[in-house]
Design a protein around this ligand. Structure first.
Ligand code: SAH
Length: 392
């Protein structure tokens, strides 16, 4: 038995042919009779050629997400076993310790699926109706490949509402730990898969955290939006004199403090609970200066409609941070919104720095680490931007 067919409207197959994995709702002929969310379908272009197997969601703007270009493929445990093994091989080649993003959605050929690995513990996000319906075979393949001790479903990402899905956090297997010890860039950290943010650790900043080591020796460091302290602790490891870690979440700061203790640098760390802009303002008022300032905020542009306001917020953040950078010091800023291009972000930072009356030279630009591969034509998978500047 083969999957039902969904037809594309005439003239709407260019992106599909170019390798794009998404087809929007206005590009398809709605199936008759209607199909439920998450149905597996075959995709046929107007000229009658069948191109791909995808899953369908009538409630989403992204009506179809392509799973494979093999139009005769069956999507079951074997399909997942092949894709997951390819994802695992890549990570094992990149890292010698089992702590990484194992699956990065479309960029690993598994649209709507995120799997973060904390050794024997997995945290999974099913972000689409299609992937939710495929969870059974996916889980079987994961079980066989890794024999995990625990699997936690963190289906609490806001993107699920775009798919008509509710939010839930559910234990799938075993007893997911409250905290788990990981290693990153050779340093031990505690991550919080259960109660923490997102899946418990932001693996995407791994190489950027390593980069700040180059700028750290003998410096006083300010780490705004610090979460578990990843940036500041890399800086301290590289010889920074002290670090002030700021976050609005008391639990994030507790994690950061415990990480500092774990690494034996607790006495060089100060944490402050507060709103980052307000703390930056206060520090400026006190004429505090830091040799290295890092700011890694949550997305200020959660939707296209918020672009203009969000860009202004990045500009203001850059300005406030720049006022705190010592002469010849460094400023590192990140943006995790896929709605903001690197060019936009860079421009806003530079205007902000200029508004603070400072000059700047760019030292680095980077994205997420390689366990977050970028799909060749899906810009959304290249969401993270990291810039480093030295200020006059
Ligand atoms: N830099 C971190 C990740 C930051 S995630 C790392 O390397 O792992 C964003 C963090 O910003 C979260 O910990 C969140 O609690 C915090 N946050 C969100 N809004 C904030 C605000 N207005 N002021 C300060 N912190 C905020």
């Amino acid at each position: 038995m083969s999957y039902p067919i969904i037809r594309l409207k005439k003239g709407h197959d260019r992106r599909l042919r170019a390798g794009h994995p998404w087809i929007y709702s206005n590009e398809i002929v709605p199936p008759e009779p209607p199909l439920p969310a998450g149905s597996l379908v075959r995709v046929r272009t107007a000229d009658g050629k069948v191109f791909a197997v995808a899953y369908y969601n009538p409630h989403s703007l992204i009506a179809l997400r392509v799973l494979t270009r093999n139009k005769d493929a069956r999507i079951g445990r074997h399909f997942f076993a092949v894709r997951l093994e390819r994802a695992l091989r890549l990570r094992e080649r990149l890292f010698d310790r089992p702590f990484y993003r194992l699956v990065h959605g479309e960029a690993d050929g598994l649209p709507g699926l995120v799997v973060d690995r904390y050794g024997e513990h997995l945290v999974v996000q099913l972000n689409t109706a299609g992937m939710e319906r495929l969870w059974g075979p996916c889980r079987e393949a994961l079980d066989r490949l890794l024999e995990p001790k625990s699997i936690l479903l963190r289906n609490d990402s806001p993107v699920r509402t775009l798919e008509g899905l509710g939010e839930e956090v559910r234990i799938e297997l075993g007893a997911p730990p409250e905290r788990v010890r990981i290693e990153e860039n050779g340093l031990p950290f505690l991550a919080r898969p259960r109660g923490g943010q997102k899946t418990g650790w932001y693996y995407d900043q791994r190489l950027n955290r390593a980069f700040v080591r180059l700028l750290a020796r003998d410096q006083e460091v300010l780490d705004l939006y610090c979460y578990g302290g990843g940036f500041a602790l890399n800086a301290l490891h590289a010889g920074a004199r002290s670090a002030l870690l700021v976050d609005s979440s008391a639990r994030a700061l507790e994690l950061a403090r415990d990480n500092a203790r774990l690494q034996g640098v607790g006495e060089r760390v100060t944490v402050e609970e507060g709103e980052a802009f307000a703390v930056a303002e206060r520090l400026a008022g006190e004429r505090r200066r830091f040799g290295l300032v890092i700011a890694d905020p949550p997305s200020f542009v959660k939707s296209r409609a918020k672009l203009a306001t969000g860009l202004r917020a990045y500009r203001r953040l850059a300005e406030r941070c720049a006022r705190l950078v010592a002469e010849g010091g460094a400023l590192c800023l990140s943006c995790c919104s896929h709605n903001v291009t690197p060019e936009d972000f860079r421009r806003e930072i530079l205007i902000g720095i200029r508004n603070a009356g400072r000059g700047a030279r760019q030292l680095a630009f980077a994205g997420a680490g390689p366990d977050h591969p970028v799909h060749p034509v899906l810009a959304e998978t290249a969401y993270l931007k990291f810039f480093a500047f030295v200020l006059d």
